[in-house]
Design a binder for this molecule. Structure first.
Ligand SMILES: C[S@@+](CC[C@H](N)C(=O)[O-])C[C@H]1O[C@@H](n2cnc3c(N)ncnc32)[C@H](O)[C@@H]1O
Length: 207
């Protein structure tokens, strides 16, 4: 029998993570971003407030239920003041398996608190495209060690706003420990590498 309980919503999830719309507005203001891929999105619909075409991926059933509820995401975006046409798709899958999207097709890959997304999904980013990764699970530190990525900015967050900082980049992503982490040690630990200066997330350009 179909479940009668209402699906979870982005609005209710904001109670846990806040509203990240200002983050994506700050990115879209600085770079041209027409499309994004968000593996491990759960119920975070905020990229669609600023980006015209977003593909969301998650293996969680609640995320699948949310995105398959007719009109619900559209309604939440309109309630958020988004009037422009938005295209979004949801793929109910493990992002480490091949996804039904073309390689080198998106302007932005989003990796927030969902594991080592960057390694699995980098292939979907256009040459010259952007990767937004945070320190969770060591993803940003792993990206920083990848010679095919260029670190271009940090994203800072305070209670009220998100800000892109492209100055003094050499002060970010510096491990606190004197022993330099390697890709192997980061993958094996699956944890954030403690850093001397923290940011909400880090932006890389795919070369
Ligand atoms: C802690 S939540 C973070 C959600 C969202 N990115 C955020 O920042 O609020 C992690 C999400 O990643 C999803 N996830 C983790 N590993 C995954 C995988 N291999 N494939 C698809 N989804 C995955 C989980 O199902 C969960 O919804």
């Amino acid at each position: 029998m179909p479940s009668r309980t209402p699906p979870p919503t982005w609005a209710s999830y904001q109670g846990s993570i806040g509203d990240r719309s200002a983050l994506f507005a700050a990115l879209a203001q600085r770079w041209r971003i027409d499309s994004a891929l968000y593996p491990g999105c759960y119920l975070d619909l905020s990229p669609s407030t600023a980006i015209a075409d977003v593909t969301y991926v998650d293996m969680d059933k609640r995320a699948a239920r949310y995105f398959s509820s007719p009109g619900l995401a559209d309604q939440e975006l309109r309630g958020h003041g988004v009037e422009d046409e938005r295209r979004f798709a949801f793929i109910h899958a493990d992002y480490s398996t091949p996804l039904p999207i073309p390689e080198r097709s998106v302007d932005l890959l989003i990796s927030l608190y969902a594991g080592l997304v960057t390694e699995s999904c980098r292939r979907y980013v256009k040459d010259g495209g952007l990767i937004l990764a945070n320190a969770s699970h060591g993803d940003a530190s792993l990206a920083a060690l990848d010679p095919t990525f260029e670190f271009v900015a940090a994203v800072l967050h305070d209670d009220h706003d998100y800000r892109v900082d492209a100055t003094e980049l050499d002060t970010y992503l510096v491990p606190r420990s004197r022993s330099t982490p390697t890709p192997e040690s980061i993958r094996a630990s699956g944890r954030a590498v403690p850093l001397t200066r923290e940011a909400f997330a880090y932006l890389f350009r795919a070369r």
